[in-house]
Design a protein around this ligand. Sequence first.
Ligand SMILES: Nc1ncnc2c1ncn2[C@@H]1O[C@H](COP(=O)(O)OP(=O)(O)OP(=O)(O)O)[C@@H](O)[C@H]1O
Length: 494
Amino acid sequence: MMMMGAGEIWAGMGSTIAAVMFVYAMFQQYCPSVLRYQFQNYSRWFINLLNPYISISFYEYTGERYQRSPVYADIETYLTGNSSQLARRLKADVVDDGKDLLLSMEDYEEITENYNGVKLWWASRQSVTTNQTISFYGTDADDRRYYVLTFHRRHRNLVTEKYLKHVREQGKKMKVENRQRKLYTNNKNESWGGYRKKSMWSHVAFEHPSTFQTLAMDPVKKKEIVDDLMTFSKGKGYYAKVGKAWKRGYLLYGPPGTGKSSMVAAMANLLEYDVYDLELTSVTNNNELKKLFIEISSKSIIVIEDIDCSLDLTGQRKEGDKKENADHEEKNPIVKMAKKAEKSAEDSKVTLSGLLNFIDGLWSSCGGERLIVFTTNHVEKLDPALIRRGRMDKHIELSFCCFEGFKVLANNYLDLHSHPLFETIQSLLHDTQMTPADVAENLMPKVVPWDVETCLNNLIEALMKVKEEAKSKAEEESKSINKEEAKVAESSIQ
Ligand SMILES: Nc1ncnc2c1ncn2[C@@H]1O[C@H](COP(=O)(O)OP(=O)(O)OP(=O)(O)O)[C@@H](O)[C@H]1O
């Protein structure tokens, strides 16, 4: 009897569905389109009336240029943090250069969340159209990913006023906490079979251990730099008020091995910024420099190391001027054309004005919160225009090791705060010039097991050697000066 009943129900349902389909097909075929449209609108309205749930979509790319939506990015981070507990289908990505596994919500997965006793549903979706194009940003602009948040309409105010704010705040916080800082460099990329070369950023994880605590330098100067950096990083409102782009230029100069690169790393570690190590010789022209600049994110340090060696900026500018004048004088049209071609080849290089534009032109204000650092061993070789205050706001000289610097190194390398031999070292450092790199090298234990006396004595020996060398060099110099003076005196008598 039971079996018969089920069979009859199925048969009844089948004929009802067939009848509905028939009516629908007739409606589609014979009903005028205006009426059909009205009917569809009413039926949608009716369904919405019965459906008490509201949904909001958050698309990954928005706007005309398909910029990645910051709201989507915050939600993504928030859900990635929560999904490993809530989702049943997860996808795993390798992050932190293969050291960690990041679990996030799989596409088309849904999770249920409870916020202040209210139930909400998040779903990850993807709308794929047939019109697929590869966009400028390397993403498939038509392949649109989005999240859908669904909730009961009686919680509309709670969701729009509180919950979404909470999601964004948490997402931002989690992003800062999980952020793996990066060290970028621009390499020349060959594309289209080597036809076109352009400079692009590539990165590795930034893991330099240098900090201001480990930097050997005068403590007063160190504090001044740290204060300056902290004031800058908190100065968003101030910069906006005075009408200045939120960026600051630092010029680090001094002999090799005095800690210029170490200071850049310490700055990045203090402010938790990424580092963009710009290799100017790999940049083809000013335009490419501008493109590289646009790609730099905020909270970053752009560093050009050994700027005096990167490009002959002053020379190029002067040569360019000379060439232009020579072109005007040239009468032979063939020679003139050849010279023009040569000049345009030269133009496809970074010039001083291109670099100045990079530092403080209109484009330089894009992104904000950036430090630009130049390092050089020969400050005197640089064009004054490049390093004038306002462009390079702070000039920092890194010099030979002082006693305070030595104490930092002794603490770093030997865990030593004081020792009877410190006095001898202090007096030797006062009389000699040794870079922190050399002091550090001499302090480092060379054998196992090691003891502090041996390390300190190694340094004392090295310092005495340098002192002796400097003394004999000075004696030789004074001898040769005396000889010169004697010659001059002799010739004046004759
Ligand atoms: N002031 C310093 N404090 C601590 N360590 C230092 C300092 N200066 C140099 N060192 C040590 O010497 C090494 C070389 O220093 P660094 O590369 O920072 O010098 P630099 O001035 O940038 O040299 P170069 O001009 O040759 O690039 C560092 O790895 C670090 O161990």
